[in-house]
Design a protein around this ligand. Structure first.
Ligand code: C2O
Ligand code: CU
Length: 466
């Protein structure tokens, strides 16, 4: 009984971790936003991961891990649907790594399975056809127990797929289309540090400095028209309640797996780790030199896990007045709805006491030698994620895109969840059902929590498509 009491006290203390407050000390937002280098249809692109120095704030440089010179944001790959992607990837780190192409429907041996690791000074050729709809995808390392640290230290980038259906819509492009990769970092004396305490392993590691495309306190100049922002939450654990100051509304046009059927006007939305949202925002109500901030609002009522705070993290200033009037298309795409299947599997998301506290799924910790679920090519299944814990869990499935079929809480299915998704955010005590059809890619894939500390802690299972 004493053990149980001590255990629940430990449980209590683990759950009461407050998120690291976001620093607003340097709130002048004077650092120009970095725009990742764009590589079109990479063919035999030479890429490496290495340790280097970067300037994240204007106070000097810090050591990071990088896929590109001196920038903690990898190249932005732009693929035309139907093209082959190929890169020869060299590991110049002094530890093993690999790359997971998050959201892509590709063969298992290209997916960055935690067992397919690349040792220091070795290379691997990633080569696959990109045959899925236009959307905002991304990539990051996936070696078990090092995913969180390596991603946090700067190894992450965006991969955009374009297709002809999307092209006919004439969405804002060129300078009017901005990728925004959000990641919170912890900088002590300007040094990027990944050193979570035991409690932070349990809750997730958060930083006090929010970076966008690797820049802290960024600003960008815009004209008074409609922009397309492709937003990726590349943070290890932090959830943002995205909004603009002055309650400026925005229009959601896409999610993880591409365009929604219809645009949806919103003023805020929760974006969990690894989720993407594609939005249109109209700056035409702003006067010259007027600014608006991208911010995170306090959380909607009932979510006690994080975000008692509210903070700005990126500034847009209108520098040119233009008069053209952009019209958002009334309809964006067609999404064939998958009805819920009678073939279901349940995944219980738990915090369990063992030798130490750990995050588990169905009473299991990740093991590379165990296949947890076996599914068949072409089958349609509904997976049920049950979050019985007091923490949020952004659940991700590799190798496919799914549809959110049901959420138990009164939040229901949100407007930006009505398209294709590969991550779904479960707030405490929610149950969410997702429906998917298994693609013709046989092999082993992962299902896991994308709070990267939870994932490295073992909150990950393996399924095999046969
Ligand atoms: Cu972006 Cu297995 O994750
Ligand atoms: Cu989790």
């Amino acid at each position: 009984a004493i053990g149980i009491v001590a255990g629940s006290a430990l449980l209590e203390s683990c759950m009461k971790v407050e998120p690291v407050p976001v620093s607003m000390a340097e709130d002048n937002f004077s650092n120009p936003l970095n725009i990742p280098k764009i590589i079109q249809n990479p063919k035999n692109y030479v890429m490496n991961a290495k340790t280097t120095q970067a300037k994240i704030t204007n106070k000097g440089t810090t050591e990071i891990m990088s896929y590109l010179e001196n920038i903690p944001t990898g190249p932005l790959f732009r693929m035309q649907k139907g093209h082959e992607f190929s890169t020869s990837f060299k590991n110049n780190l002094d530890e093993h790594t690999n790359i997971h192409w998050h959201g892509l429907v590709i063969p298992a041996n290209m997916d960055g399975h935690p067992e397919n690791i690349i040792h220091p000074n070795e290379s691997f050729e990633y080569r696959f056809n990109v045959n899925q709809r236009a959307g905002t995808y991304w990539y990051h390392p996936h070696p078990h127990e090092a995913t969180a640290r390596q991603t946090y230290m700067g190894l992450a980038g965006m991969l955009i797929v374009n297709d002809t259906e999307e092209a006919t819509l004439n969405l804002p492009s060129g300078a009017l289309e901005i990728p925004l990769i959000i990641s919170d970092k912890r900088l002590s004396n300007n040094n990027l540090r990944y050193n979570p305490t035991m409690n932070e392993v349990m809750s997730g590691y958060m930083g006090e400095t929010i970076t966008v495309n690797g820049t802290a306190f960024p600003y960008t100049e815009v004209s008074s028209t409609t922009y397309r922002l492709r937003i990726l939450n590349a943070s290890n654990a932090r959830i943002y309640n995205l909004a603009f100051t002055n309650n400026l509304p925005f229009t959601v046009i896409g999610s993880d797996g591409g365009l929604l059927e219809n645009p949806a006007k919103m003023t805020s939305l929760l974006l969990g780790p690894a989720e993407r949202v594609d939005i249109l925002v109209d700056f035409s109500s702003l006067k010259i030199n007027e600014s608006v901030f991208l911010k995170s609002n306090t959380f909607p009522d009932g979510s006690k896990a994080q975000g008692k705070e509210e903070f700005n993290f990126m500034k847009f200033t209108v520098k040119t007045i233009v008069t053209e009037n952009y019209q958002t298309p009334a309809r964006l795409s067609t999404i064939e709805k998958l009805s819920m299947s009678s073939k279901t599997r349940t995944f219980k998301l738990q915090m369990k006491m063992g030798l130490k506290m750990s995050h588990q799924i169905n009473n299991k910790l990740y093991s590379s030698t165990r296949i947890d679920e076996t599914v068949k090519v072409g089958d349609i299944e509904t997976w049920i994620f049950e979050n019985k814990s007091d923490e949020p869990h952004p659940m991700h499935i590799h190798g496919l895109q799914f549809q959110v079929s049901e959420r138990s809480s009164k939040r229901g299915i949100l407007p930006h969840e009505k398209g294709w998704k590969d991550v779904v955010l479960l707030m405490p005590n929610e149950t969410v059902k997702v429906t998917m059809k298994f693609p013709d890619n046989k092999g082993k894939y992962m299902v896991h929590c994308h709070n990267l500390e939870h994932e490295d802690d073992g909150m990950m299972l393996q399924f095999e498509i046969v």
